[in-house]
Write a protein that binds this ligand. Structure first.
Ligand code: MIC
Ligand code: SF4
Length: 641
């Protein structure tokens, strides 16, 4: 059979199951990445698994999220990650070296390899033909320990790119168009494979913008072929030996397919508060802008910042706008510093931030009350910027830069800026901020700060699960709602007891107290519950508060896996109308679970209203065992006894 690229890579890595869309498969993971805000948990779990050294071909630990050191916590976590990486044989990318996905793309990405990262934007590396997926920290820890990663074999959707982008329209607009067409839940269970003659105009960093933000589709990942453009990138990074050509078979089969004519695309924006709330910039109109933020793993490459510098050159940032810029890596920062572009950026009045996630995860630069902030980032979920009343628009670097000058949202196609040739023959390569682990890990002492607290574990599943509904929610609840992240909370990522006090804070401040009062219970929600981040804290904090089950209309992939790993029952309504049969504080009983799990259908008895209805619980055989054991760590320990 003629194979698409995704199935070619999957086939090479298959260790369990049958490659049929929708069926559970186990795949071998070649490389892993972690970042600091999920990494502490991942390495605590790796330690708990109890191996001597990681078994992957390469594992890298990055520090890029928790960069504000207002107290001892973040610095302690950085030291913990550095020492634990040293001990277990993991490369350590020091704070200041850049955002994990940008640095990984530059220095480690490998066409045809699999990558598992404890961050939902790990698919960025799909820009060079890697099969790169985001997961919870525990799944990444298991992969580091040599275990397979389990997913449902995906459907593959071919995105055929034809034509060429017009000036001032960028690859960000391509992914915004895909989001407009497919929505934030359109990608669940799918991998997007890009193809078509339009590819020849897209550089690797431009492709990586698309695969990065493919995470917002809810997709398992996105992937580009590895072609001449990819080869140029590897040559310029001094890594041609890592390059191989990769493409689908001629006439390969796909489950779905659609075409995007690049010539037709216009600059677009994702309006508040969802990445799929897309409209053309010209039709949104000239709304007043208070802040512009350029950077994040989506748009912080050398090419992106060169475009920004060329637009800003000789211009000044509007007096009512605060323009902040965070380059994606030290490579990017140093290159624009040496070629003078940084001078043009500084002279325009921009504020330069360090090479890290920064405002993207609310680590500083929260906008003012009711402010409009244009960001080149990938997520504009409610509250994520740190200011609840702010309105965040996601845009391309071109839109961001011209709007920073104009003070209002501006269609950049009106500007005539000659970017010249932005292709790079030779990137500035200096890997001195990547620390090699010790040869003899056993001698290394792992240094733990006082902020590292034990993480909660569930217990074996009993016959019945009962409790109250302690929270009832609407549609599209993101992990930023469940476990908010900002400069105040991120330092507590290894302290679940403290963090749990802020669980669902932006939705219902009383939730943690209520959950404690009733000894936990159930959460009820709508469609696409748990979209966004891979943070397993969005499962661990509810677990700590006693949550035993979540009943929703549908789940986002990574969050569902994190619930299972934590031993929390992920249940879905079969009939949408049943959502109304369950109210806040209702007493729920789910009987005979142990017997019924295999059937995938459970009975829910609402003792308060007397109603009874069925819910589905879609689990693979292995996941059923995990749920029975009370979570994946308990399960892993049990089977390794
Ligand atoms: C994000 O973009 O939401 C994050 C912060 O990078 C998360 C990881 C985290 O919550 O630490 C992600 O995307 O997985
Ligand atoms: Fe960092 Fe933002 Fe990328 Fe997440 S999306 S990895 S917070 S830059």
């Amino acid at each position: 059979m003629k194979k698409n690229l995704v199935y070619k890579i999957l086939e090479k890595h298959l260790v369990k199951g049958e490659l049929v869309a929708g069926k559970s498969i186990g795949i071998r993971i070649d490389q892993t990445l972690t970042q600091d805000s999920t990494g502490t948990m991942a390495y605590l779990q790796l330690e708990a698994i109890g191996i001597d050294r990681v078994k992957t071909k390469r594992s890298v630990a990055f520090v890029d999220h928790n960069m504000l050191q207002q107290g001892f916590e973040n610095a302690d976590d950085h030291r913990y990650i550095q020492t634990v990486a040293d001990k277990y044989g993991v490369l350590f990318s020091r704070p200041g070296n850049g955002i994990c996905h940008q640095v990984f793309l530059e220095r480690f990405s490998t066409p045809g390899d699999t990558l598992l990262g404890s961050d939902s934007h790990t698919p960025t590396a799909g820009g060079v033909g890697m099969l790169a997926m985001g997961a919870g920290g525990l799944d990444v820890a298991i992969a580091m320990a040599g275990g397979a990663y389990y997913i449902n074999a995906p459907k593959v959707c071919k995105v055929n790119l034809v034509g060429k982008l017009k000036p001032m329209v960028s690859s960000k607009d391509i992914i915004l168009e895909v989001l407009r067409l497919q929505t934030v839940k359109g990608g669940v269970g799918k991998v997007y494979e890009y193809a078509g003659e339009g590819l020849k105009y897209l550089s690797v960093p431009q492709r990586a913008t698309i695969t990065n933000m493919g995470a917002e589709l809810g997709a398992t990942t996105s992937v580009f072929p590895s072609d001449e453009k990819t080869k140029e990138f590897f040559e310029a990074q001094g890594r041609i030996s890592d390059w191989i050509e990769l493409k689908p078979d001629d006439g390969a089969l796909y489950d779905e397919e659609f075409i995007i004519d690049l010539t037709e695309l216009k600059p677009m924006a994702a309006k508040p508060h969802s990445p799929d709330n897309i409209e053309e910039v010209a039709s949104i109109g000239n709304i007043k802008v208070d802040q512009v933020a350029i950077g994040s793993c989506t748009n912080s490459s050398f090419e992106d910042l060169m475009k920004v510098a060329r637009i800003l050159k000789g211009n000044k940032v509007h007096k009512n706008v605060s323009l902040v810029i965070a380059p994606g890596s030290r490579q990017v920062m140093e290159m624009i510093a040496r070629n003078g572009a940084l001078g043009d950026i500084i002279s325009s009045g921009a504020r330069i931030l360090e090479n890290s996630c920064g405002p993207c995860i609310g680590m500083g630069q929260s906008p003012g009350t009711d402010a409009v902030s244009l960001r080149t980032f990938n997520r504009n979920f409610y509250g994520r910027s740190g200011t609840l009343s702010a309105n965040i628009y996601l845009v391309s670097p071109e839109v961001a830069a011209v709007s920073a000058i104009e003070g209002v949202l501006t269609d950049p196609t009106k500007y005539e800026v000659d970017f010249g040739d932005l292709s790079v023959d030779k990137f500035l390569v200096d890997d001195s901020m990547i620390v090699e682990p010790s040869e003899l890990g056993a001698d290394v002492e792992v240094v733990r700060g006082p902020n590292i607290k034990p993480f909660p574990l569930s217990c074996e599943l009993g016959e019945n699960v009962d409790g109250r509904v302690v929270l009832k929610l609407g549609e599209n609840i993101t992990t930023d709602h469940i476990m908010p992240s900002n400069a105040k909370l991120l330092p507590f990522r290894s302290n679940i007891p403290y963090l749990s006090n802020f669980c669902f804070n932006t939705v219902d401040e009383a939730f943690p107290e209520r959950a404690k009062k009733y000894g936990g219970g159930f959460i009820v929600g709508g469609e696409n519950y748990g979209q966004g981040s891979s943070r397993e804290h969005a499962a661990l904090a509810p677990l700590y508060l006693g949550i035993r089950g979540v009943i929703v209309k549908s789940f986002a992939r990574i969050h569902k896996a994190n619930l299972i790993n934590s031993g929390i029952l992920p249940m879905e309504f079969i009939y949408e109308g049943d959502f109304d049969k369950i109210g806040l504080l209702d007493e729920i009983n789910i009987p005979d679970i142990l017997d019924k799990l295999d059937s995938g259908i459970l009975n829910v008895e609402n003792k308060t209203s007397g109603e009874v209805f069925k819910v589905k619980i879609e689990l693979s055989k292995k996941e059923i065992e995990i749920i029975r054991a009370g979570g994946k760590l308990n399960y892993t320990k049990k089977i390794s006894k």
